[in-house]
Design a protein around this ligand. Structure first.
Ligand SMILES: Nc1ncnc2c1ncn2[C@@H]1O[C@H](COP(=O)(O)OP(=O)(O)OP(=O)(O)O)[C@@H](O)[C@H]1O
Ligand SMILES: [Mg+2]
Length: 246
């Protein structure tokens, strides 16, 4: 009897998975729940979140510190796994991929801009932008595209510089160029203007919106900045473990 329930459970998951694959939405989040195990028991962070995103969608996510914004972004970016629920991007469920396929999936489909940019200090600006192409499974030469992206983020003159020689805003612009080099379907930014002065923050925010306008990606930005959030047509607050429209 217990085995029958197990088989039904597996069939149920497969049915949901098939349904998601047929759906037009590019990013599908279904009943996503996340708990972190702690010595004092599970710590609930996200509870039963369901949402769909299509190409061209741009949303901002706000919310108090510790509410789970980065956790959510890491799950959407396939850097963290859900406790339960399913996330699919472009018809693929990263939880079902082996390590190598997962690395390729992240690399091809997702551009991630971290709060502290995470540039490689020993590499030049150009090399940093090209990093995601190093494991690319093709002979395609990305140098021309990297040059074009660096021009778009107004850093052509700095392509030989090391990150230590750049300002905070410039580093963040390199991180944005790096996130876009493989033409991902999903661009995730975790407080991209968090460490910047007002002028640089405005500059990075306008750039993100401009770049998004010309590419049909899904752009999801976590921010504490009301000014940055105001640039987005759709805004959510992560509160009480749920996403609420604001
Ligand atoms: N690996 C972990 N193990 C246990 N708890 C964790 C772990 N990672 C994060 N947390 C907890 O999960 C909660 C959500 O963290 P998260 O980093 O997602 O918050 P946040 O909304 O991004 O906050 P902030 O605005 O300060 O960046 C926090 O209470 C944090 O302490
Ligand atoms: Mg965070």
């Amino acid at each position: 009897m217990r085995q029958d329930f197990g088989a039904l459970g597996v069939l149920g998951v497969l049915a949901v998975d098939l349904f998601l694959r047929r759906n037009d939405e590019l990013l599908n989040i279904v009943n996503l729940t996340k708990e972190y195990p702690t010595p004092r028991g599970p710590l609930p962070i996200l509870n039963d979140i369901s949402l769909k995103f299509q190409r061209g969608d741009a949303v901002a996510i706000m919310g108090p510190s510790g509410s789970g914004k980065s956790t959510l972004l890491y799950i959407l970016g396939a850097l963290e796994t859900p406790t339960s629920g399913i996330v699919t991007l472009d018809g693929q469920n990263p939880s079902q991929l082996d390590e190598k396929s997962l690395a390729l999936f992240r690399n091809q489909k997702i551009g991630f801009v971290f709060q502290d940019h995470c540039l490689l200090p020993q590499c030049s600006v150009m090399e940093n932008v090209l990093t995601p192409t190093l494991i690319a499974n093709s002979d395609k030469n990305y140098t021309g595209r990297a040059k074009a992206l660096l021009a778009q983020v107004s850093l052509s003159a700095r392509s030989d510089h090391r990150p230590a020689e750049l300002s905070g805003g410039e580093k963040q612009r390199v991180a944005i160029a790096r996130a876009l080099i493989r033409e991902p379907v999903l661009v995730l930014c975790d407080e991209p203007t968090g460490n910047l002065d007002r002028h640089s923050a405005e500059n990075v925010a306008s750039l993100l919106m401009d770049l998004h306008k010309h590419r049909q990606t899904i752009l999801i930005v976590v921010t504490h900045s009301a000014e940055l959030a105001a640039k987005f047509p759709v805004r959510y607050e992560l509160i009480e473990r749920q996403l609420k429209l604001i």
